[in-house]
Design a protein around this ligand. Structure first.
Ligand code: 5GP
Ligand code: MN
Length: 336
């Protein structure tokens, strides 16, 4: 086990560092990873961000994006970097199973592992942990670790601020989820002072839809939305054929589940999609309803209370039937 003083000491000499994050990185996964990357390179480290899979194109403008290695595109180079690393930072995930084959390589590596995360129930694979489930985003934790624990506020330059702002913005639902405390707003204000251009980041991330994506959203809302009023639940289901018809790529389905949640009285919203490899579920809930419990218990997943996900190797029809069959079990909580 490392402590903060030992980590701080280690970072004083140039090291070989790998930063990795979860499967299908979202804004917080890639924003926190590149935020940390842009800090570490200022200290003279040889740092590389390795993602298990690709991520949405609307993050490809992030400072440092050009240096990211996608594992599935360069497995040999990734394996070498992971095996040779002195230090591996594991960001925005809590179990090696969340990073596919990268998890096996990280598990085998002799490198010291640092987990920075805000998910429930972390697995024990790390040597140092900076973890807080109340954090709005892993990007917030990177900011706090660098400025407060490592005492290196000078590292928060425009590039770092831009990446961390993106992480906090996306994971806090644009500063509206309950995790968005006054202290989060103060951090975000610091990031704007440090050069993050807030309005431009919003534009780059949220006003970047293709025409297809918008038509797909229209199709989901008009034709694919089911509301189960007696359970305060709404569901959108998408087949593989529909993904193909609308040329849907990574990131295009992001956020669609929130439309289902926006109906008055809806406490649980689900988006179930037949991806080429397996069926993926995204659940969102309001208040105390534990969306993560359903994902963990029935769909090999987990997440936060109000935003969780899971997957299944069963057919789309079977998964949808299973989801519907679970609702009576949660009826009391859903109608509260
Ligand atoms: P999303 O619905 O956006 O894919 O995921 C929402 C949240 O659920 C993520 O931040 C992550 O914490 C969690 N999550 C999504 N998919 C999985 C999964 O397959 N396994 C686990 N453990 N968590 C997941
Ligand atoms: Mn996150």
């Amino acid at each position: 086990m490392l402590d903060i003083a030992a980590l701080s000491e280690l970072l004083k000499q140039p090291k070989k560092i790998v930063i990795t994050t979860h499967h299908k990185p979202d804004g917080d996964a890639i924003g926190s990873s590149l935020g940390l990357y842009n800090c570490l390179i200022q200290l003279g480290h040889h740092a590389t961000v390795i993602t298990p899979t690709d991520y949405p194109v609307f993050f490809d403008w992030l400072p440092g994006n050009g240096s990211v290695i996608i594992y599935t595109e360069k497995p040999a180079e990734s394996d070498r970097l992971i095996a040779e690393a002195d230090l591996i930072f594991c960001l925005d995930f809590n179990a090696l199973s969340r990073i596919n084959e990268v998890g096996d390589r990280v598990g085998e590596s002799k490198a010291l592992k640092v987990m920075i995360d805000h998910h429930l129930d972390p697995q024990d694979f790390d040597d140092f942990r900076y973890w807080n489930i109340n954090a709005s985003a892993t990007a917030q934790l990177v900011y706090e670790l660098v400025t407060r624990e490592l005492n290196l506020p000078r590292l928060i330059n425009k590039d770092v601020a831009t990446c961390l702002y993106t992480g906090i913005m996306t994971d806090s639902g644009s500063f509206r989820f309950p995790t968005t405390t006054a202290s989060v707003h103060r951090i975000v204000a610091d990031l704007i002072d440090a050069g993050a251009v807030n309005w431009r980041i919003h534009e780059l991330v949220y006003n970047s839809a293709t025409e297809n994506r918008l038509r797909f959203l229209g199709h989901c809302l008009a034709d694919k939305l089911e509301v189960f009023a007696e359970y305060n639940t709404a569901l959108i289901t998408v087949t593989r054929a529909e993904l193909e018809k609308y040329h849907i790529t990574t990131g295009d389905t992001e956020g669609i589940v929130n439309y289902a949640l926006s109906i008055t009285g809806i406490r649980l919203a689900a988006f179930i999609v037949e991806r080429p490899d397996r069926v993926k579920l995204s659940l969102r809930s309001t208040g105390e309803f534990p969306a993560n419990e359903i994902c963990k218990k029935y769909f090999h997943g987990g997440g936060h209370r109000n935003a969780a996900g899971g997957h299944s190797d069963d057919s789309l029809t079977e998964v949808v039937a299973k989801f519907k069959s679970i609702l009576p079990e949660y009826k009391t909580l859903l109608i509260q």
